[in-house]
Ligand binder design. Structure first.
Ligand code: HEM
Length: 402
């Protein structure tokens, strides 16, 4: 209907949350011409689309295949579970702590050392866009000297995935990235098969599924997914967490005093300002949701940013409140449905614990280096983005600790 907000229109990105409110209220299910999809926005419906196996990720293919190749996001059933199982242990408790915690700490420290004596930092450009990608590059055992390429690649992959308006330049850059990444990775994969090391890439090269190994092309696709999924999202989460705390000085002061509150600040940040705003699904059968029926085989756009602020699920959902009692910080690791920033169900973010660990380590170190952190004079931390979203710039000031 013409008076409904258009998720592709100019102005939507400036304030998606008021548009989300209109959609949740007036059009919890509607057909969106621009994306040729049914859009859902209520918590209950989006949570169901993530959890109910009638919804698959099949329709993702047109979006993911051209830029990544075949990844676990497009797979389902046993094939999905087996492939996911190849990386999952690296992102869980013991291995994460023993092997990768030092990697996370080292990468945070290196970036902070570059600005700790300056008394000022632009957090997005100098910290958050580098930290998570550097961690995943080290985990894979790739070369940090190529940092600028990895950063360019993950940015253009995410731009491709979020290219809802089908800008041809963005599409072309994404396809070029696929070729560049293949040209870069395939020789490295070949060498790693000959001489495996103690890294995630070697694990992917050696892993056997039902007696056969993954093809070089599949491993390259996995790396492509890890760079994009592990880079962009945590990047946005770090800067959004700081932007949210700085906008609520009493909560910032509480976290500065009691670092045990960081997981709460992280969970509330993911609810209030999720890095990923839209995820696609496809129902195998007709499915009834609030407001009507989604026909089998159609594409469904799940609005995470809208669901996370559904007043039916959260009290006063437009308020950032790390002390709220209707959100737990353990959802990542239990079946309890909570904020939807990591999705739910079989494709629940496999890197959730890694992201949480990165945020805890990074936030702790940043707060130590900047005990009196404040927004720089004149800074206006606006968010940008429709598919993924976070602060565009976050200039901060602080007294150097000497
Ligand atoms: C899946 C969000 C960090 C790797 C997902 C999904 C979401 C998500 C929403 C589900 C996609 C879907 O169902 O279509 C986030 C957020 C993060 C984060 C908000 C940070 C705050 C990471 C990290 C990694 C990672 C650090 C690891 C490098 C993945 C992978 C999947 C995934 C491989 C696919 C899982 C599957 O299909 O089974 N993530 N993610 N993510 N994430 Fe994350």
């Amino acid at each position: 209907s013409p008076e409904l907000p258009d998720i592709l229109a100019d102005g939507f990105a400036a304030d998606p949350y008021s548009a989300y409110g209109v959609l949740r209220e007036k059009a919890p299910l509607f057909w969106h011409e621009g994306t040729q999809s049914y859009v859902i926005s209520r918590y209950e419906d989006v949570a169901r689309a993530f959890r109910d196996p009638v919804f698959t990720t099949a329709n993702y293919d047109w979006q993911l295949e051209p830029v990544h190749g075949r990844t676990i996001l497009q797979l389902s059933g046993r094939e999905h579970a087996v492939r996911r199982g190849l990386v999952a242990p690296a992102f869980r408790g013991d291995e994460l702590r023993d092997k990768f915690l030092p990697v996370i700490e080292r990468n945070a420290r290196t970036l902070i050392d570059d600005f700790r004596d300056a008394g000022k930092v632009e957090l997005v450009g100098q910290f958050s866009t580098h930290f998570p990608i550097n961690v995943i590059v080290d985990m894979l055992g790739l070369d940090q000297a190529d940092h600028a390429r990895f950063q360019r690649w993950y940015t253009s992959i995410i731009a491709f995935l979020g290219n809802l308006a089908q800008d041809p330049e963005v599409a072309e850059a994404g396809l070029r990235t696929r070729e560049e990444l293949a040209a870069y990775m395939l020789p490295i994969i070949a060498r790693r098969r000959e001489e495996p090391g103690d890294d995630l890439l070697s694990r992917l090269c050696l892993a056997e599924i039902d007696g056969t190994r993954m093809s070089d092309e599949d491993i390259k696709a996995f790396v492509s997914l890890l760079l994009a999924a592990g880079g962009e999202t945590t990047d946005k989460a770090v800067s959004a967490l700081f932007a949210n705390l700085l906008a609520h000085p009493d909560q910032l002061a509480a976290v500065q005093r009691d670092r045990e509150l960081i997981p709460r600040a992280f969970a509330e940040t993911l609810r209030y300002s999720p890095p990923v705003h839209m995820i696609m699904r496809q129902p195998a059968e007709d499915v009834a949701v609030t407001g009507g029926t989604i026909p089998a085989g159609s594409t469904v756009t799940c609005l995470i940013g809208a669901a996370n602020r559904d007043p039916e699920r959260y009290r006063d959902p437009g308020r950032f409140d790390i002390f709220r009692d209707d959100l737990t910080t353990t959802s990542a690791f239990s079946a309890a449905a909570d904020h939807l920033a990591f999705a739910l169900g079989r494709h629940f973010c496999v890197g959730a614990l890694l992201a949480k660990t990165e945020i805890e380590v990074g936030t702790n170190m940043l707060l130590d280096a900047m005990p009196d952190v404040r927004l720089a004079a004149g800074a206006d931390p606006v968010e940008h983005g429709v598919f993924t979203r976070g602060p565009a710039r976050l200039p901060l000031e602080f007294t150097p600790q000497g």
